[in-house]
Design a protein around this ligand. Structure first.
Ligand code: AHM
Ligand code: MG
Length: 338
């Protein structure tokens, strides 16, 4: 296209953060901005290693197991190390909880923030080159906080920021702040910058797509079975059944749900009565993104996901999240039967 223009005034993540800090005026000390710069660096590094993974044969078992006893891949270890070092290096983080670490990590110094993360979520998909991602949440610690694991046993409503990066065909970063909107950035590999490509993301209110591991349906509750049955075999004459989409990488399933709408669920069931996904660094950050994009996220007990307070840092919950009307529809049936 001869008319195609090269944009010379683009909003990078760096610029976006600087402007966001500026908007806060004297209230902002710049600590949060520095922390975000460190996060940004970890996303870029992890994206780089994932792109090169098959090439340099990074994939394989590293001979260690994570807190849940799953086999840990080398890239999990690398992603975790990159993340921890970036958080330590920025000097603004006091407490760090990672899915790959049994205990919370307490950094020396007087960082005012706590960060929760799953450095490489969906890692069982790595060998097949399927998208994986980093999920993160940021809490601001109380003034007197000394830095201990209990400092992050908070509801998601206390998160000051959260989001995730999906390492797919490109690296896509989704970022939201408390009370704010949801912005999507895409990593330009040549520039080495995240560019604001999806400002103010809003999820469609309804969309007939469902995303769940149907292989667990034997263990589902009555309500859960009835809900999925109702969207696959709609009662109204002529109504079309929903489409199924399940990647098995929460970041990828969540990103699609954010872009197209629909519902994603990992319900609690008879096999996993507490669900599979972790409250602190999987469910809560995603729930914040969904809500700030106009969607909804609830637990299997139909509680608002963001109100759930974990008792331990690695606690799990069942989750239903996505388009507002789709989640409400699920809630109605679950309310009646479970
Ligand atoms: P992980 O943190 O060990 O990668 O597990 C979390 C992943 C999510 O990305 C995904 O939604 C889910 O586990 C898939 O689980 P399943 O294979 O049971 O469907
Ligand atoms: Mg995970």
């Amino acid at each position: 296209n001869a008319d195609a223009e090269i944009k010379t005034d683009i909003i990078t993540l760096t610029r976006y953060l600087t402007e966001a800090q500026h908007d806060l005026g004297s209230y902002a000390t710049g600590d949060f901005t520095l922390l975000c710069h460190a996060l940004q660096f970890s996303f870029k590094s992890i994206a780089y290693y994932i792109r090169r993974a098959t090439l340099i044969n990074l994939i394989g078992l590293a001979g260690s197991a994570n807190s849940t006893g799953d086999d840990q891949k080398k890239l999990d270890v690398i992603g975790n190390d990159i993340f921890i070092n970036a958080m330590r290096g920025c000097g603004k983080v006091k407490v760090l909880v990672s899915e790959e670490e049994d205990e919370a990590i307490i950094f020396p110094g007087n960082g005012k923030y706590a960060v929760v993360c799953d450095p490489i979520d969906g890692s069982s998909n790595l060998d097949a080159g399927v998208s994986v991602g980093t999920i993160f949440g940021i809490f601001k610690l109380d003034d007197g906080a000394t830095g201990k694991a209990e400092d992050v046993l908070l509801p998601g409503t206390e998160l000051v920021a959260s989001g995730f990066t999906m390492y797919g065909a490109s690296a896509n970063l989704v970022l939201t702040m408390k009370g704010g909107n949801v912005n999507g950035f895409t990593l330009d590999n040549a520039l080495g910058e995240f560019i604001l490509t999806h400002p103010d993301m809003k999820m469609p209110k309804s969309r007939s797509i469902y995303s769940v591991n149907e292989g667990n349906s034997l263990y589902w509750t009555e309500g859960c079975k009835a809900y999925f049955e109702s969207i696959k075999y709609p009662a109204e004459a002529g109504a079309k059944p929903y489409s199924a989409r399940y990647i098995g990488s929460m970041v990828a399933d969540a990103y699609r749900t954010l872009c197209y709408g629909g519902i994603f669920a990992y319900p609690a069931d008879k096999k996993s009565p507490k669900g599979k996904l972790r409250i602190l660094y999987e469910c809560a950050p995603m729930a914040m993104v969904m809500e700030n994009a106009g969607g909804l996220a609830i637990t299997s007990d139909r509680q608002r996901m963001l109100d759930l307070v974990p008792e331990h840092i690695h606690d799990r919950s069942g989750i239903f999240m996505g388009s507002y009307n789709e989640v409400m529809k699920a809630k109605e049936i679950l309310d009646k039967l479970d």
